[in-house]
Design a protein around this ligand. Structure first.
Ligand code: 5GP
Length: 190
């Protein structure tokens, strides 16, 4: 998606040579016009797929998922929570996720109310790196007996194993911008 790549080149900042900060348009301040175009691009890529629900993970996936929803017939958005607030007595599906950026393992949870057997689920997130977040969400969808139709990613770090992890789990991946490397402290696309 050329407008997205342009935005990353113009406004993205590299931190420590391996974390791309996109706070100017995606992760802190949000460019809603760009997010609407991102939602439309996901709809183009997943054209013909029946989607009952969009699943993401708090916090930064939520804006992307909400922007995508109107392009999927306003499918409800559910976000996995990272806090303990969802009860611990079996009313939630949960999976463990190792955070690449924070270097800690945490649990993500989705209430059993909001994922039902047979539902066709599109998983959306802002970044794909090692694939821990995406495979954790796939695990939760499958625990519910629902169907992980595909994973839609805004920015993929193509030099990390996330894509193969998701594909090994048997799920299609579509990324709108795939970064080939951060060589010379700059972003290079495929
Ligand atoms: P993964 O689970 O695939 O290793 O990493 C995906 C998650 O880590 C995303 O939800 C995203 O929040 C975060 N992440 C991974 N790499 C980056 C990065 O370079 N920049 C930002 N802003 N977030 C990242």
């Amino acid at each position: 998606m050329e407008t997205l790549k342009r935005k990353i080149l113009d406004e993205g900042r590299l931190l420590d040579g391996h974390i791309l900060k996109v706070d100017n348009f995606l992760n802190h301040q949000i460019d809603v016009r760009l997010l609407d175009a991102i939602g439309a691009e996901f709809a183009r890529r997943f054209d013909g797929e029946a989607i009952d629900k969009i699943l993401t993970i708090e916090a930064s996936g939520i804006a992307v998922a909400v922007a995508a929803s109107p392009h999927f017939d306003h499918a409800p958005v559910v976000f996995a929570k990272k806090t303990q607030s969802l009860n611990l007595d079996g009313e939630a599906y949960e999976s463990s996720v190792y955070s690449y950026t924070k270097q800690v393992t945490y649990k993500v949870r989705v209430s059993k109310r909001y994922l039902r057997a047979g539902e066709r689920v599109l998983i959306i997130d802002d970044f794909l790196a090692n694939g821990a977040a995406a495979t954790g969400l796939i695990d939760i969808v499958r625990q519910a007996g629902a169907v992980p139709v595909a994973v839609g990613i805004v920015i993929e770090k193509g030099f990390q194993p996330g894509r193969s992890k998701v594909q090994d789990a048997g799920v299609r991946v579509e990324s709108l911008a795939v970064i080939k490397s951060f060589d010379d402290n700059r972003v290079h696309f495929d």
